[in-house]
Design a binder for this molecule. Structure first.
Ligand SMILES: [Zn+2]
Length: 531
C-alpha cells in the first residue's frame, strides 16, 4: 500500500522542551525533508505566533519538488463567524496548498475546554472545513483526543468525523493526543472507524506510553494510509511518533511504500541533519539511524557478525544509510581489533607479534581510562606506529608550563632529525602555550604542521570520588582543512593529559605526511565516520 508521510517536526516537534528552530533552520529542514521524499511538511501554526507566520511568508519562495507544505490551525472560535476568525484567516493567507485543522472529538473537551454544546462543536468543524475547502485547500482534519473521546462517547466522536467528512475534509486523522492508548485498543478503534469511512484515514500518535510507533504501525495494518510524526521522535512531553522509525519499518518490514527504497538510504543523514539543527545529539540507540544501531561490542557478537552480519543485525544497515560498527573495547576481545585491521586492509602488514603488541597497548590504554572509540586519531596513531616500528619522527626531551595571574608560558625541548629544538612561548592558557611551543619546534622541519588547528577541547573527570586527585581524560579535536580527528590523553594532571593529546595529534599528522598511503587515508575516513 502507498502510505503518505506527514512530517510535523516543524510544528508539533518544536513543542519538545529542548527543541527550537529559527525560521532559517525550518526552511533548511523543509528542503531536506522534501529531498527525502516526505509527502507533507507541516510548517507551523500561523495563527498562533509571528515566528510561524514569518516562516510561511518566507516559505513562499521555497521550491519543493515533491512535498506539499501544510499550515496548521484550529476550528473557528465559537463566538466568531468563520470569515471573521483571524486564525482561520491566517491559515488561508499562509498560502500553502494544504491546511490541517484540529477539532474536538471528546465530549469532555467540548463542554469543558470550549464551553459549547456538542451540536455547536459539530458546526465549528463543518463550517471551518467547508470554508477552507471553498478556498481551494486540501484539508487534513485532525480529530484531537479521538481515542479518549471514542472511549468516553463513541457516538459523538464518530459524529465529529462525519461532520468533517461531509464538509469535504480530504483526510481524517485520528489523534492519540495524550499518548496513553494501548496498541490493541487503538487497533480495534481504528478498525471500527475504517469500516465506517471511505477515503484516506490518518494516524497521529504521541509517545507517552512509548507506543507511538507501534500504534502508528497498528493503524496502518488496519488500512490507514497517512502517518504523522516527527523526525527523531521530537515533540511535546515524551515526543511524537518517530517518523524516521515508522518510515523504515513500513518500507523494510511491512512492505509498504512511503519514500521508496532508494531514498530510504538517505534516512540516517537526514535524521542527523535535523538533530544538528536542533542542536541535540542524535540518540545513539535510536532505531535504524542511531550511531549504535548496528554497533557490536561483545566478543561473541563480534566474531559472529564478522562471519555473517545477519547473526546480530535485523536489517542491512546500508538500507537506511547507516553502517555496522565494531567497537574497540576491552569487552570485544581480539576479534574486533583484527576485524578493524582487516576491514582497513592492514592486516597483512602486521606479523603476529606486532598484532599482539598492538592489542596489548590498546587494552592497557583502555584500562587506564583512554576511550579510543571516541578518539580515532589516537587509534590511527597506534596503528601507524605498529605498521612503522622505529619511526619516531620526534622525541620529547622536556616540557614545562607555568601559569601566573597575567598569563601562561611554556617551554618545550625535543629531538627531531638528529637536532635538538627548543622553544618558549606564552599563550592564553598553559595548553595553548604548550601547543605554540610544540609547533615552533616542529614547523621549521615540517612546515605543513601549521595547517593543523585545534577545534575543540573537552575534559572529563574519570573517578570523581577522588576529588582533585582524580584522573582526567582530555579529548581534543583537530582539523587540517581536509579532515578532522580527535586525540585523547589521560592523567591525574590535566596539563599532562592535554600534553599527551597534543603530542599525539601532531605526531599523527607527521606520520601521515611521511606515509601517504591512500588505504590508510580511506581507513581513517571510514573510521572517523563511525565515531
Ligand atoms: Zn500532536
Amino acid at each position: 500500500m502507498r502510505v503518505f508521510t506527514f512530517d510535523t517536526t516543524l510544528r508539533d516537534g518544536t513543542q519538545g522542551e529542548s527543541v527550537n528552530f529559527s525560521s532559517d533552520d525550518k526552511l533548511l529542514i523543509a528542503r531536506k525533508l522534501d529531498e527525502l521524499g516526505i509527502d507533507y511538511i507541516e510548517g507551523g501554526w500561523p495563527g498562533s505566533n509571528m515566528k510561524d507566520k514569518d516562516f510561511f511568508t518566507r516559505a513562499r519562495d521555497l521550491k519543493l519538488n515533491h512535498a506539499r507544505l501544510v499550515a496548521f490551525g484550529a476550528t473557528r472560535f465559537a463566538k466568531k463567524k468563520v470569515e471573521e476568525d483571524s486564525s482561520v484567516q491566517a491559515l488561508v493567507e499562509a498560502g500553502t496548498p494544504v491546511v490541517s485543522i484540529f477539532g474536538k472529538s471528546w465530549d469532555l473537551h467540548t463542554r469543558r475546554a470550549l464551553g459549547v454544546t456538542e451540536e455547536e462543536n459539530l458546526q465549528l468543524i463543518s463550517e471551518t472545513v467547508k470554508y477552507l475547502k471553498d478556498h481551494g485547500k486540501e484539508v487534513v482534519y485532525d480529530a484531537e483526543h479521538f481515542f479518549d473521546g471514542y472511549l468516553g462517547n463513541r457516538d459523538f466522536a464518530l459524529r465529529t468525523l462525519e461532520a468533517a467528512k461531509k464538509a469535504g475534509a480530504d483526510v481524517l486523522v485520528l489523534c492519540d493526543t495524550n499518548g496513553g492508548t494501548m496498541t490493541g485498543r487503538l487497533a480495534a478503534i481504528c478498525a471500527d472507524v475504517r469500516k465506517r469511512f471511505d477515503g484516506v484515514l490518518g494516524i497521529h500518535t504521541h509517545n507517552d506510553a512509548e507506543l507511538a510507533v507501534a500504534n502508528t504501525l497498528a493503524a496502518v495494518e488496519q488500512g490507514f494510509a497517512h502517518v504523522q510524526g516527527c523526525m527523531n521522535g521530537y515533540g511535546e512531553r515524551c515526543g511524537n511518533a518517530n517518523l524516521t522509525t515508522i518510515i523504515a519499518s513500513l518500507e523494510l518490514k511491512l512492505d509498504h511504500t512511503t519514500i521508496g527504497k532508494e531514498r530510504l538510504a538517505n534516512l540516517s543523514t537526514v535524521a542527523r541533519f535535523v538533530a544538528e539543527l536542533a542542536n541535540l545529539p542524535l540518540r545513539g540507540d535510536q532505531a535504524y539511524v542511531g550511531h549504535s544501531a548496528f554497533a557490536h561490542k561483545g566478543g561473541v557478537h563480534v566474531s559472529a557478525v564478522i562471519k555473517d552480519a545477519a547473526t546480530y543485525e535485523h536489517i542491512n544497515p546500508k538500507a537506511v544509510g547507516n553502517r555496522q560498527r565494531v567497537l574497540l573495547s576491552d569487552l570485544s576481545g581480539r576479534g574486533s581489533i583484527l576485524y578493524k585491521l582487516k576491514q582497513h586492509g592492514l592486516e597483512e602488514r602486521l606479523d603476529d607479534a606486532a598484532r599482539r603488541e598492538l592489542l596489548d597497548r590498546i587494552k592497557q590504554m583502555e584500562f587506564q581510562g583512554y576511550e579510543l572509540e571516541a578518539a580515532e586519531g589516537s587509534f590511527e596513531l597506534l596503528v601507524r606506529e605498529a605498521l612503522n616500528p622505529g619511526m619516531q619522527l620526534f622525541e620529547v626531551l622536556n616540557y614545562e608550563a607555568t601559569t601566573k595571574s597575567d598569563g601562561s608560558t611554556a617551554t618545550v625541548t625535543l629531538r627531531a632529525e638528529e637536532g635538538v629544538h627548543s622553544a618558549t612561548a606564552s599563550g592564553n592558557g598553559p595548553v595553548h602555550a604548550l601547543d605554540v611551543c610544540l609547533r615552533k619546534c616542529l614547523s621549521t622541519l615540517y612546515p605543513a604542521i601549521a595547517e593543523v588547528r585545534l577545534t575543540d577541547y573537552k575534559v572529563r573527570v574519570l573517578d570523581a570520588k577522588k576529588g582533585t586527585a582524580a584522573r582526567v581524560r582530555v579529548l581534543v579535536e583537530w582539523t587540517d582543512q581536509r579532515r578532522s580527528w580527535s586525540t585523547v590523553g589521560v592523567s591525574e594532571n590535566v596539563i599532562e593529559a592535554s600534553w599527551y593529546a597534543l603530542v599525539d595529534a601532531l605526531r599523527l599528522e607527521l606520520m601521515r605526511l611521511s606515509e601517504k598511503d591512500p588505504t590508510i587515508e580511506r581507513v581513517v575516513e571510514d573510521y572517523c565516520w563511525g565515531v
